[in-house]
Design a protein around this ligand. Structure first.
Ligand code: NOJ
Ligand code: CA
Length: 691
């Protein structure tokens, strides 16, 4: 080994060593409190038509810095976030070509971020194409992994818990009920954020931060040696990334602790992103919404206005000449009903899907444009709906399903956003179902990563809050662009109506998908038997009712839905009260209990209020949750309203068995609450003096 360099976290517990091997290959390793987290792992790239930047390096410089700052997100899990790390910058020169590559490491008390930087270098390197990123994460042993298959187009899988050595044999099963057109990275590929548990009790999370102008990373496992290697999402021609010097890669992140709660409390991903780039953020605010949505997902009604599919040309066909199918969800009377319900129950918004022309064409082989983003169907009377909503102080939430006709959407974007501004829409849900057009490109490739970012920044120009479904999973970009208020980018609750959601799903998502940012999971499903909505749909919601309530606290998002139908909420007014009361933005969050795929319990203080909320979500094993209230301020009594599983509650046999009770608690109180299989509880806490 030559040219060793190392750096430790501010508390000294996390350390990173960087070395050059005898042939000049850079390697790094990570330790936590003297225990191995990442064994010696390679770094570097192979390039198209040029020498690899992988070996034959010499170290030509090294510099260090310490950073300690507290910053204030526009919204989020807490009002202030400390970013405290030691940094090491290593300058390397490739001997044969003279090319320069820098490695920047930031070491926090709860983990590490590192990235490659390609400095401007006259005559040596300007623009180049990466054919492979060689970054490795060598895991010291056959750890337990909580994983979804590596895929370049979808994250909408159920999770599998297995040893690393079992990933290959469980891969087929892990694809069951997944996307129609899988694009696997390899037979042992998995996605990030990847959660791992080591036999010595360490919890380790691998992901990336600040993914800009670069493909998203899957991880392919060498399952003989337990070494993960970066698998970048390729372009259609197989190239991975087109780079110009002066740029950097995203950060590769390793979060580590011997306590699972610390993984959830880590803010490494946000801290590795740049400060907010939007000067005036006064228009960005939490949105609690309902939607003309679940009735379509369950097949009770349709997105499309007509069943006539031939002879429709988007933009020119006069829809009033077509025969309505009688099942169209986004009809004026129905939308007004939702607006009434939103106004009566204090919701900010009503999402309306299927409002626009184009939904009847579901031909998967289509090559171009499908939807209009400015033309309502004839039975969606926008002028009347708009006025009705304004009178009731409710905002419409726009829906832009693109069906992945990306070029078309980019062409229409200004018109689409102008239309929103003209009609008082403040937020939009985007969507990218189906294969990307142009064909062969992937949802998570460099080109699409740039597309999503373009849409977020364009939305900011129009002061629009944006929430994309099926887009690349987030990497903390909401710090810089807080108008990116949510994303789907994982298997959301809609799958209860499709191929199913396995028990434990909401107890793993906070450790995986939510590491990068909030999820539009669409919780709040109170009716489990979906054949009640559509007799032909034999589907079941795998959770208890109070599990659904807990998700408003355990799966935080400033844009949050109550997904079920108004008529169902009318039947459960007492439990619905929690959804009406719960906050969406927080001053403080305290993780009380956590174990991946088993349970997550968290207490949060509502932003700018003395009220606290607690949520606890559980996997398949029933349990007793023991919590204390030491997070509350001293000498203050609170009224706790507890929504919990009843005696018989079970997600299959008695999901709607729940109990609502009130207790007086203070910072010295503790409680033991029973939690059913796929159950949970929610608590709202109000200071008695404020009552
Ligand atoms: C998939 C999204 O996840 C869902 O929420 C939406 O309703 C459909 N696409 C249609 O856009
Ligand atoms: Ca989806």
């Amino acid at each position: 080994m030559a040219g060793a360099a190392n750096v430790a976290s501010p508390d000294g517990r996390v350390t990173v060593d960087v070395n050059l091997t005898a042939d000049g290959s850079p390697v790094y390793s990570v330790d936590f409190a003297g225990q191995r987290v990442i064994d010696d792992s390679r770094l570097g790239f192979s390039l198209v038509g040029e020498d690899a930047l992988a070996s034959d390096f010499e170290l030509i410089g090294e510099s260090r810095a310490t950073f300690d700052e507290t910053w204030h997100p526009v919204w989020g899990e807490e009002a202030s976030i400390r970013s405290h790390y030691n940094e090491m910058l290593i300058n390397m020169r490739h001997r044969a070509s003279g090319r320069l590559v820098d490695l920047r490491f930031r070491v926090f008390d709860d983990g590490v971020g590192f990235r490659y930087e390609f400095p401007a270098q006259q005559g040596k390197l300007k623009s180049f194409i990466i054919s492979d990123e060689l970054t490795e994460f060598a895991i010291p042993g056959d750890a337990v992994a909580y994983w979804i298959p590596g895929d370049y187009d979808s994250q909408e899988f159920n999770y599998t818990r297995s040893r690393l050595s079992e990933i290959r044999s469980k891969m087929d099963e892990a694809h069951v009920g997944g996307p129609v057109y899988p694009s696997p990275s390899s037979p042992t590929g998995v996605q990030t954020a990847l959660m791992l548990k080591y036999d010595n009790g360490l919890y380790v999370n691998l992901h990336e931060a600040a993914l800009y102008d670069y493909p998203a990373m899957c991880l392919d496992l060498d399952d003989t040696n337990f070494i993960f290697k970066a698998a970048l999402t390729p372009y259609a021609n197989g190239d991975k990334a087109i780079i110009q010097t002066g740029r950097t890669t995203p950060w590769r992140t390793v979060i580590v602790s011997d306590d699972a709660r610390d993984i959830l409390a880590s803010r490494i991903t946000l801290n590795l992103n740049e400060p907010c780039r939007i000067a005036d953020t006064s228009w960005i605010h939490p949105v609690k919404y309902i939607g003309v949505w679940w009735e379509m997902i369950t097949g009770k009604s349709s997105w499309s206005y007509t069943d006539e599919v031939d002879n429709i040309a988007i933009g020119t066909t006069d829809y009033t000449t077509l025969k309505p199918n009688g099942r169209h969800g986004a009809n004026t009377e129905n939308v007004l009903r939702y607006i009434d319900f939103a106004a009566e129950n204090g919701f900010d918004g009503v999402l309306v899907e299927g409002w626009n022309e184009g939904w009847e064409d579901s031909d998967a082989t289509r090559k171009s444009r499908m939807f209009s983003f400015t033309k309502p169907y004839p039975d969606f009377d926008l002028e009347r709906i708009k006025k009705y909503a304004a009178d009731k102080n409710v905002k419409l939430v726009m829906h832009h399903e693109t069906a992945s006709a990306v070029t078309d959407y980019e062409r229409e974007l200004d018109n689409a956003f102008r239309f929103m501004v003209d009609n008082s829409y403040e937020s939009v849900k985007g969507g990218y179902i189906g294969e990307i057009i142009p064909r062969g490109e992937h949802h998570y490739g460099q080109q699409m990563v740039n597309h999503y970012q373009h849409v977020v920044e364009k939305a900011a120009d129009y002061k629009i809050m944006y929430n994309a479904h099926e887009a690349v999973r987030p990497t903390g970009i909401c710090r810089t662009w807080p108008n990116l208020v949510s994303n789907e980018s994982a298997r959301g609750s809609e799958y209860h109506a499709f191929s199913g959601i396995n028990p434990g799903h909401t107890a793993i998502l906070p450790f995986t998908r939510l590491i990068g940012g909030p999820m539009d999971y669409t919780p709040g499903l109170f009716e489990n038997d979906l054949s009640k909505y559509n007799p032909s749909r034999n589907a079941w919601v795998n959770s208890t009712l109070t599990h659904q309530l807990s998700l408003y606290v355990t799966m935080p998002s400033p844009l949050q839905m109550a997904a079920d139908l108004p008529e169902t909420y009318e039947k459960f007014q007492d439990a619905f009260q929690f959804i009406k009361d719960v906050a969406l933005d927080w001053d403080e969050s305290v993780y009380l209990e956590a174990e991946p795929m088993e349970y997550v319990t968290v207490a949060r203080k509502a932003k700018g209020s003395d009220n606290w909320f607690v949520g606890s979500t559980a996997g398949v094993d029933p349990r007793k949750s023991k919590i204390d209230f030491s997070f509350l301020p001293k000498d203050c009594k609170y009224r706790a309203t507890i929504y919990r599983d009843g005696k018989k509650a079970h997600y299959r046999t008695a999901p709607q068995d729940y109990i609502i009770e009130t207790k007086t608690v203070d910072s010295k109180s503790s409680l033991t609450l029973p939690v059913a299989s796929c159950g949970g509880y929610a608590i709202s806490l109000t200071p008695i003096n404020n009552l």
